[in-house]
Design a protein around this ligand. Sequence first.
Ligand code: RTP
Ligand code: MG
Length: 141
Amino acid sequence: MAVERTLSIVKPDAVGKNVIGEILSRFEKAGLQIVAAKMLQLDDEKAGGFYAEHKERPFFKDLVEFMTSGPVVVQVLEGEGAIAKNRDLMGATNPQEAEAGTIRADFAQSIDANAVHGSDSAASAEREIAYFFSAEEICAR
Ligand code: RTP
Ligand code: MG
């Protein structure tokens, strides 16, 4: 399997619950390497642009409101099959449907406050990584 990079976000609910380390630890234990990371407070423009594909969806306003409700931690994960591996570790969007042992099953409380984001395709990963990180901020390992 090819080595890939994917964008991961620890969302405001998980930062607020003080489980940043526990979540990042799951990525490392699954063999993914963190090759870039930073904490930041998103504003409406930055969060809205990130989720631009959902702009016309009924939940868009709530999504932007939630993503700007507190700081997030964004990171680039690298490893074999990183995009799908991260999605597996995250679990289903709705934590009530997420498999036991996944990040969302263990740390998320609702479909809105669902602890983490992960790129859903190679094209998304490329766009999303560039949305948050310059080439110099990504440290090849
Ligand atoms: P994410 O983009 O955050 O990793 O989540 P995802 O791929 O699992 O889900 P996606 O369909 O991309 O939706 C983005 C975020 O919007 C919220 N959402 N709410 N109320 C709803 O029906 C609904 N559907 C999606 C979720 O917080 C989801 O993470
Ligand atoms: Mg998504």
